[in-house]
Write a protein that binds this ligand. Sequence first.
Ligand code: ADP
Ligand code: ASP
Ligand code: MG
Length: 470
Amino acid sequence: MSVLTFKFGGTSMGNAEIIQQVAQIILDSAEQGNQVLTVVSAMTKVTDTLIKAAHAAEKGQTDVYLRAVAELRDRHHETARQLVQHQDAQAALLTELHRLIDDVQDLCRSIAVLGELTNRGMDAVVSIGERLSCRLLAAHLQERGAAALPIDASSLIVTGNTFGNAVPNMEKTRARVQEAVVPKMRAGVLPIVTGFIGATEKGITTTLGRGGSDYSGGILAHCVDADELWIWTDVDGVMTTDPRLAPDARVIPVLSYREVGELAFFGAKVLHPKTILPVMDQRMPILVRNTFNPTHPGTRIQPDPQRTAGIAKAITIISDVHLVTVAGRGMIGVPGIAGRTFGACAREDVNLLVISQSSSEQSFCFVTRASDSDRAVSAIKKELAEELRRQDVDRVWAQENIEIITIVGAGMRETPGVAARIFSALAEENINIIVIAQGSSDSSISLVVDSQDAKRAVQTLHRLVAKNGS
Ligand code: ADP
Ligand code: ASP
Ligand code: MG
């Protein structure tokens, strides 16, 4: 008997048929005597639709948001009818779903009236996707005779008030989960909890950031002291690269926390980068498995690395990024320019994904999210106004159309010649490397390349990994 936390992603909740499969996976595990807490994402694309609706409302495009609301209503209504046949139960479920969708419409109307969309307002809207899917799965499980209980994570996960990217208070969350959920699980209840969302202590809904249901899985696995966290998704496990870019991508059977952290941070969408944080202290294993192919063993993520032959384990890519450069001949020997630049970015809440300094000290550059680069450039120009006036710094600018490609694998630093092999493989393909940076741990090397070369670079490097892999 084990305590398990399962998390099912958007594709796994995409339609009635696959939700039935999700229910089967939960029921099979419970039948084997496990206590299972399940975390769910919204149905595929629902979060995107909600975001689009909120933005349309802000711009006063009533017909656009009403169309989005109608689309959500039809899809959830139809799925509910397929998942729950018992008349009373179906009527009760439909009432609840329609009430939630009415909330979306009301919120959009308020946003349209105000003509303003705050992060708080956005969280109120997008959180409804998970509230809907959670009820669909729970009602279906109930129909199949299980003691499933839908739970809104806003009653469990206590967060700060950084809307859109909220930080959980683990101590308070743990206390609530231990009190409200753990005894129920011991009594045979199957909690079905909304991923992605939390609430401030005052009960105002927050979200944990895009793709954050994985993180909810980690938080709740920690709080119920799970033996394992299983991330159920739409691929067989964590793979040597995104299978959408390289169809020859293979599943990696075992990865360490650090490796997967690096992979996730550098763009492997399969796992949210924060997922491992809450479970690290407990050394909890994380399994990544395929809802659509549940007999595949998937990937096991464990605290320590497993040595394998080969130069690296995986290649990742981050798009929608810009390269910000600070350059000037007068910068040589002027101390503190880099420090002040990074300080200015930090004050603007701009994350720096990769940092690199040219050996001549005449410039340094770093990569930010595309949406942050304008803010970063203005903040730096303000901070370095005096140096710019004196022309110690000539220019601060952002370059678009670049992508970060990262090669991940423990122990690359000790393996001689890794960089050389990477560079010669790319040179053979005529791919220009704009920036090179070694990760802060010894587990990664990142390259910045032009967007038009990016896919080819991933495929080239992936061939290198595959050739040298175990
Ligand atoms: P979910 O909805 O289950 O959370 P996501 O779409 O967030 O699923 O993540 C799964 C997707 O991540 C896969 O379909 C795949 O295209 C993409 N992906 C990117 N990099 C990798 C990788 N290295 N291994 C596996 N999948 C990856
Ligand atoms: N539904 C949310 C999103 O699309 C959270 C998640 O799927 O993990 O970002
Ligand atoms: Mg995801």
